[in-house]
Design a protein around this ligand. Structure first.
Ligand code: KE4
Length: 422
């Protein structure tokens, strides 16, 4: 088996940057990507035979851990029945029913193949329903790579310090309005000026693409009231938070009733699935029932539906409160270990997510996140990885904990952190 380094050299001659998604490239942390041979539970093994405790979990989907037995069985059984039909299959109905029953704000749902497809489709629907063009998003939030959302986005764009991207027409971005996350006054001022033109506000109800930035009290409720008052739709982008911050997502945890919800990651159990859903009156506008076109060859793919269905059904009885408590304890201990080294550090946690900001002060928005010490983050990342702790290779991403991370995993991560030299 070639080494990660050999594979990366080969990949770089065949694939832009040697990776199929930029943030995996590890450029931002002065490293090369590891090529993974397999995953099991909370662990990954790279092609060089090294074992890692995985706190990335494929950027969120693997909340039950890698190669979970029931999910694997379901996918293998589905594969034996054929990989794709391009026609409806029973599991599409079963997974749609699970999502509708779990998510308070979702009466109907359409499956797609990625979070990007989900958010771009939800925006098209909001524009059709309202007859308006403008969308308001928050700096540092990431909603996939559709043109409209590539303004001041988080995740890979923040990681690579790309304010936007060439190829996106100015006219498209002109319809994208920006406000700082957690700044309701800024949103109110925009609505006062342009409320009648705004089709939707799209928000990560817990921001996780500028590091982990929870909503301050009243922020989400304020967005709900402002959008309702101006006839705009509120889109909760729950691609990360869906089935992670609660079984019913952020809309259950915070008791907010969004008009549309976008989903991905966990609902596919590791296979390519996204979805958008919401109030029946809106969703009935989607073709072929309505006039808003949206389509996909592999939407509702039987293997992906089998993986998502097995995952969601297991999550329905999983101990979310216990997972949140374990994550909170780990984050507190990690903060203490790092602070004892005399570096400025914040380790916020929410549900089964955490992140490490090298900052004197708490991070409440993207401007705060950009003031964190990325050199310290690089030092931290490299030494943790050398000790077998697999973290997201960016200070603008969020650590993920699964239901199968063990006490030993947390101990190993804390021991590695104790050994870090800044
Ligand atoms: P995908 O198109 O990558 O499936 O989903 C886009 C998306 C939409 N909304 C939110 C809130 C998201 O976090 C994402 C994608 N998340 C990033 C990681 N933070 C994907 C990682 C990558 O780009 O490789």
């Amino acid at each position: 088996m070639p080494t990660s380094s050999q594979l990366f050299a080969q990949a770089c001659t065949l694939i832009p940057g040697g990776v199929n998604s930029p943030v995996r490239a590890c450029q931002h942390v002065d490293s090369q990507p590891l090529f993974i041979a397999c995953g099991q539970g909370s662990h990954l093994q790279d092609v060089d035979g090294r074992d890692y405790v995985d706190f990335v979990l494929s950027w969120g989907p693997m909340i039950l851990g890698h190669a979970q037995a029931s999910v694997t069985r379901a996918v293998c059984a589905a594969a034996a029945r054929g990989a794709s039909y391009g026609a409806p299959c029973p599991d599409e109905v079963a997974l749609a029913r699970e999502l509708v029953q779990a998510l308070p704000g979702v009466d109907m749902v359409r499956m797609v193949n990625s979070g990007t497809e989900a958010t771009m489709s939800a925006l098209r629907l909001a524009r059709a329903v309202t007859g308006r063009d403008k969308v308001l998003k928050f700096t540092g939030c990431y909603h996939g790579h559709a043109d409209a959302f590539l303004a001041a986005a988080g995740s890979g764009l923040a990681t690579l310090s790309l304010p936007g991207t060439p190829g996106v027409p100015a006219a498209v971005v002109a319809d994208t309005l920006l406000a700082p996350y957690n700044d309701l006054a800024a949103v109110e001022a925009i609505f006062d000026r342009q409320g009648q033109d705004i089709a939707a506000v799209i928000v990560e109800p817990v921001a996780a693409n500028m590091g982990l930035v929870p909503p301050i009290d009243g922020f989400l409720r304020g967005l709900r009231e402002l959008t309702a008052a101006h006839g705009s739709l509120l889109i909760f982008d729950e691609v990360i938070t869906g089935f992670r911050v609660a079984f019913g997502g952020a809309q259950e945890r915070f008791g907010i009733d969004p008009d549309l919800t976008t989903l991905g990651k966990i609902i596919g159990g590791g296979l390519p699935v996204g979805a958008f859903g919401g109030k029946r009156s809106f969703m009935e506008r989607i073709a072929p029932q309505g006039d808003v076109y949206q389509a996909g060859t592999l939407s509702g793919n039987p293997l992906a539906m089998a993986a998502g269905l097995a995952t969601v059904r297991l999550l329905a009885t999983s101990p979310y409160a216990a997972l949140e408590a374990r994550t909170a304890r780990f984050a507190q201990e990690l903060q203490a270990v790092l602070a004892a080294k005399g570096v400025p550090v914040q380790v916020p946690a929410l549900a089964s997510m955490f992140c490490v900001f090298f900052s004197e002060d708490p991070v409440c928005n993207y401007a705060d996140a950009t003031h964190c010490d990325q050199k310290l983050f690089t030092t931290f990342y490299k030494q943790m990885r050398a000790k077998g702790i697999y973290l997201a290779p960016s200070g603008y991403e969020t650590g993920m904990v699964s239901f199968v991370h063990s006490d030993d995993d947390f101990t190993r991560a804390l021991d590695a952190a104790r050994a870090v030299r800044f």
